[in-house]
Design a protein around this ligand. Structure first.
Ligand SMILES: [Zn+2]
Length: 153
């Protein structure tokens, strides 16, 4: 860790690439570890891999949205020390960007400004029919599920 700290202190173009592990301390379960989604979500009608897939979203949108709201969205989560440290490194000019597989938005909540979200964000949702954008509140409060996406010709 000391060596890493020294490396970062002199860095100008470092990029952090992260995933679920950084948000577990914020109370968001990861996928494959002991307390992760794959082992704790026992009530799923299909394997978690399917529930997480685009296929599930397209084929059974109501099922996907229920799963999404219950297991993938954590509105109560707050950034932890790791998120804050990365934001500080960016402020100091040592970190060029964060690339994340996470969809929780916690890097931005911590103050990171250059965040590349490979899998999107729970905060950015759009209608597949008309493109209209919706925030997380609209998704969480929407009754039932959105209509099935249009079938591509
Ligand atoms: Zn629409």
């Amino acid at each position: 860790m000391d060596d890493l700290g020294q490396l970062l202190a002199g860095a100008r173009r470092a990029v952090f690439f992260g995933g679920a592990g950084i948000s577990t301390e914020s109370g968001i379960p990861d996928f494959r570890s002991a307390g992760g989604l794959y082992t704790t979500a026992h009530d799923l009608p299909y394997p978690a891999e399917y529930m997480l897939s685009h296929e599930c979203f397209v084929e059974t949108p109501a099922l996907f949205m229920d799963f999404y709201r219950q297991y993938l969205v954590h509105p109560q989560a707050r950034p932890n020390r790791a998120h804050r440290a990365l934001a500080e490194l960016e402020r100091r000019g040592n970190l060029a960007a964060v690339v994340t597989q996470n969809i929780d938005g916690l890097h931005q909540d911590a103050g990171s400004r250059r965040v590349i979200e490979l899998h999107g964000s729970v905060h950015r949702n759009h209608c597949l029919g008309c493109g209209r954008h919706y925030g997380l509140d609209a998704i969480m409060q929407a009754p039932g599920s959105p209509p099935a996406p249009p079938v591509e010709p």
